[in-house]
Design a binder for this molecule. Structure first.
Ligand code: C2G
Length: 446
């Protein structure tokens, strides 16, 4: 009996998939089909898969060509499957020609001619009209955003708004997009507004964008005031629009793995969370000169508070800040200490003091340690009482990581995977509330 194996995502099952499976089956007597998990697709950079794993398996099953279906979860699995399942032929479409030649040592490798003019990407784009993104703000984050957005299917960066037309034009020329200095015209030409302007301007821009019926992805912190964040979510809900806070860590696959393990009980009950993120900033930059809303905590506090809120929630009993200031009154190093009924947490960040940026989660049976840059989680360890017993976990993190938040945002708009759980409204509201508390306890000398 000749055993054949093939793998794929099989998203939005189409004729190309059908023909591939048919010919794969004809190569032998028994066909095994490996269907990729969502986590594996994310890890290998295949974002915006629309159908769930269950649906994709069902579709493969319905063809009647698969004698057996397995799940593909990790890189390197193909090699092991081929040995374990005694495979004679590995096959895949000709878009992969050469990529799997390394398997020729273990079985025959056949690249089948790919069916022309059909692909899941094409269908995704047809099913959901391309979403046009408009950017408000022309700063450093906006520069990082555009190349990342290019990697997400179903979106196109259309233009940029800045009340100073020269800045807008310069940015637009660099990225070959449109420049706007009229908000009305800008809103009329986009579907999604990405806000990357200074913190204090977020609220007004968000409200205006939502009132114009646009979905909004806004840089952290959403606002510096709890009531304002509650208000923008109210408007978004009323108008049936998606509003998300762009904290990239919240959407990063490795961070999700870490949270899953922390909550799985293997380190017992979580009692302490310590998160630290420092970045030495240029003293002439906005974050160290803007007296109203600059400083370390408004800049980096969202990252370090995220694991605390994720693991302990927002019902803290006590919240205290210890601050080191620069001469202009802005905080260059801040430690927020939170006390909960069953645990304590510290969230530390700095733009003018360098420290060991790590995330430590301590439980009654062990602890999780993720070293810097844990906010782009690729590696963490689980330790126990016995120092020799250490479990190591890795996950991929591609590029700047903004592609994950953009892709989840687009999925939410298209009604596919509803990834709202990755950063909930109440978490964003709590973050704004903590920012408000921080600023109200600050004495910034006017
Ligand atoms: N395919 C095809 N013709 C198309 C589209 C896809 O023959 N027009 C083939 C692909 O070459 C692949 C299979 O259909 O063999 C599944 O395609 P995808 O769902 O896009 O999966 P892919 O990302 O190519 O995963 O480990 C995963 C595998 O490496 C392949």
């Amino acid at each position: 009996m000749i055993k054949v194996i093939t793998y794929g995502t099989f998203d939005l099952f189409h004729e190309g998939h059908y023909r591939l499976l048919k010919r794969a089956r004809e190569l032998g007597d028994y066909l095994i089909v490996g269907v990729t998990t969502e986590a594996y697709d994310k890890a290998r950079g295949k974002l915006n898969v629309m159908d769930s794993l269950v649906t994709r398996i069902e579709n493969v099953k319905r063809t009647g060509f698969a004698d057996e279906i397995i799940i593909e979860e990790t890189q390197g699995q193909k090699f092991n499957d081929i040995k374990k399942l005694h495979i004679d032929i590995f096959t895949v479409g000709s878009d992969w020609t050469g990529a799997f030649d390394y398997l020729k040592e273990y079985c025959q490798v056949v690249y089948l001619e790919r069916t022309r003019n059909i692909s899941s990407t094409m269908l995704r784009e047809q099913n959901s009209r391309i979403q046009r993104i408009g950017i408000i703000g022309t700063g450093r984050v906006a520069d990082r955003f555009i190349p990342e957005a290019k990697l997400v299917s179903g979106v196109n960066t259309q233009g940029v708004y800045n009340p100073h037309i020269e800045s807008a034009q310069q940015f637009a020329d660099q990225w070959k997009i449109e420049a706007y200095d009229s908000l009305e015209k800008f809103f009329d030409s986009v579907d999604i507004v990405y806000i990357a302007s200074p913190h204090a301007t977020h609220y007004e821009y968000m409200k205006a964008a939502l009132e114009h019926g646009k979905h909004v992805l806004c840089e952290k912190p959403l606002t510096l005031n709890r009531a304002q964040t509650v208000e923008v979510f109210r408007v978004a809900k009323k108008r049936g629009l998606i509003l998300s806070e762009a904290i990239k860590t919240a959407y990063c696959p490795g961070f999700h793995k870490l949270l899953g393990i922390a909550c799985s009980g293997i380190i017992g009950h979580i009692r302490n969370v310590e998160a630290c993120f420092t970045r030495l900033a240029n003293p002439s930059y906005r974050e160290l000169t803007d007296r109203a809303s600059g400083g370390s905590f408004t800049e980096l506090g969202s990252y370090v508070l995220l694991p605390v809120l994720k693991l302990f929630g927002d019902a803290y009993e006590d919240l205290r800040f210890d601050v080191i200031r620069a001469d202009n009154g802005l905080d260059i190093f801040t430690k927020a200490s939170l006390r909960y009924p069953n645990g304590i947490a510290t969230a530390t960040c700095g733009l003018g003091v360098k420290s060991d940026g790590r995330l430590l989660i301590a439980g009654t049976k062990g602890y999780i340690l993720a070293e810097a840059p844990w906010w782009k989680t690729t590696y963490f360890e689980v330790h126990y009482e016995n120092p020799m017993e250490v479990e190591k976990y890795t996950e991929r993190f591609l590029g700047e990581g903004l592609r994950y938040e953009i892709s989840d945002f687009v999925s939410m708009i298209n009604g596919g995977n509803s990834d709202g759980f990755k950063l909930t409204r109440s978490e964003s509201v709590a973050l704004s509330g903590i920012m408000e508390r921080f600023l109200s306890t600050e004495n910034r000398g006017g």
